[in-house]
Design a protein around this ligand. Structure first.
Ligand code: HEM
Length: 396
């Protein structure tokens, strides 16, 4: 691919809401500038092999941003995604038993029941996010944590606020007063629950967080509140986006809905292919601990590096003819697509997200001869997540 100066001359990535522009830009970077420095000095990594390397080499590419974003420690204390080995292993172990494929499989009847209650009977026109894509995963994770599902209106308002915030320099995100206020409200709410469960434990994840010892000590209330905040938000917004993305991808590919109805056994592979084409988290971030050479560029120590999952999943070296929707290509659970990340921070909730998406698609394809995307503003997110806040659909 030849260099298109206008694409490489930009000093910030295009907005994620304009997906074709982002994919075009990423293709140019992969070809001509696979490690690219933006206006704020952040290094964007776009080739699949380099993205995997960054996520794999946790000694050089740290998840702890305290050296590059002073002041961020307080807000991220206890957050698994922001912790390096050796603490990471013990903390992850604390909740990992609740998320194994076997344990999660026990939730299938409840997920199916919720889909039955939430999905309107055909024929109907409705908003898929309002009726299913939001309430299903938030109810499941709230029940796992032991939070009242009746509070889900607050969770939605918080998630919507946080994921819509435009922070110009991402290095300043943690110091942005709007982010701090929103996070303060959320961790305040979860902190109250942590204290209540410490005093009177129940059979739920928050009780496990506050009562189990990790490396000979218990999490304090702040760590437990931050960790449960991560579980609450990682546990629903992503799956909400995945469900919407799945319906949009199926709608854009004639015959795909009918193929799933005819052979529901292909649903898990379809979910993997939707994740590859439209990963809900298009990028993540790491901080370098030393000078490092990657993609022919020397990145100095204490720099922010952004591995683009969306670019790795569209890299033709990893996925030939990457824009083509082809559920047969990825198979199930094979690590072939990197929408759930890679290495020690690989998504803890992947078995749950896969289960929710499979059951939701089974229930929708069983009910509806066709589910088409209708007219109306889908309100795509503009920040760091890929998907829409609304999805008008017509079920027949
Ligand atoms: C389609 C749905 C989902 C997607 C695309 C997704 C994506 C990801 C990605 C990319 C990471 C790695 C981030 C990094 O390395 O910087 C991650 C980590 C994580 N995810 Fe998910 N996620 C999804 C659903 C869930 C669910 C349902 C939960 C349930 C609680 C969850 C909990 C977590 C946690 C706790 C981590 C941190 C793991 C660690 O740092 O060791 N995710 N997720």
């Amino acid at each position: 691919m030849s260099t298109d100066a206008s694409l490489l001359d930009r000093d910030l990535p295009p907005d994620i809401a304009d997906l074709p522009a982002v994919l075009d830009w990423l293709a140019h970077l992969r070809a001509d500038a696979p490690v690219w420095r933006d206006r704020y000095g952040m290094h964007h990594v776009t080739r699949a092999a380099d993205v995997e390397r960054v996520l794999h080499d946790v000694a050089t590419f740290s998840s702890d941003f305290s050296a590059v974003m002073p002041g961020s420690e307080q807000m991220t204390k206890g957050m698994l995604t922001r912790i390096d080995p050796p603490e990471h292993k013990a903390l992850r172990h604390l909740v990992s038993a609740s998320f194994t494929p076997r344990r999660v499989a026990g939730l299938e009847p409840r997920i199916r029941e919720l889909c039955g209650e939430m999905l309107p009977a055909a024929p109907a026109s409705f908003d898929l996010v309002d009726e299913l894509a939001f309430p299903l995963p938030v109810t499941v994770i709230a029940e796992m944590l032991g939070l009242p599902a009746a509070d889900r209106g607050r969770f939605r308002a918080w998630a919507d606020g946080l994921f819509s915030m435009q922070v110009d320099d991402p290095k300043e995100a943690m110091n942005d007063p709007r982010v701090a206020d929103a996070m303060g409200e959320i961790t305040g709410y979860l902190g109250d629950w942590c204290r209540a469960r410490r005093a009177d434990p129940a059979d739920d994840l928050i009780s496990a967080l506050v009562t189990t010892e990790v490396d000979g000590r218990r999490l304090d209330d702040e760590e437990a509140a931050n960790f449960s905040t991560l579980l609450l938000f990682a546990g629903h917004i992503t799956t909400t986006l995945l469900l919407g993305n799945a319906v949009r991808v199926l709608d854009a590919n004639p015959g795909a809905w009918e193929a799933l109805r005819a052979d529901p056994a292909t649903i898990p592979a379809t979910v993997e292919e939707v994740l590859r084409l439209r990963p809900p988290f298009p990028l993540t971030a790491r901080a370098t601990t030393a000078d490092v050479e990657i993609g022919g560029v020397t990145v100095p120590a204490r720099s922010v590096v952004m591995p683009w999952l969306l670019s790795a999943t569209h890299d033709p070296d990893a996925h030939p003819d990457p824009e083509r929707f082809d559920p047969a290509r990825t198979g199930i659970g094979g690590g072939a697509q990197t929408a759930f990340g890679h290495g020690i921070h690989f998504c803890l909730g992947a078995p749950l997200a896969r289960l929710e998406a499979r059951v939701a698609l089974e229930e929708m394809t069983a009910r509806y001869a066709r589910l088409s995307v209708g007219d109306g503003d889908q309100r795509p997110y503009t920040g760091r997540v890929l998907g829409t806040r609304r999805l008008p659909v017509v079920a027949t």
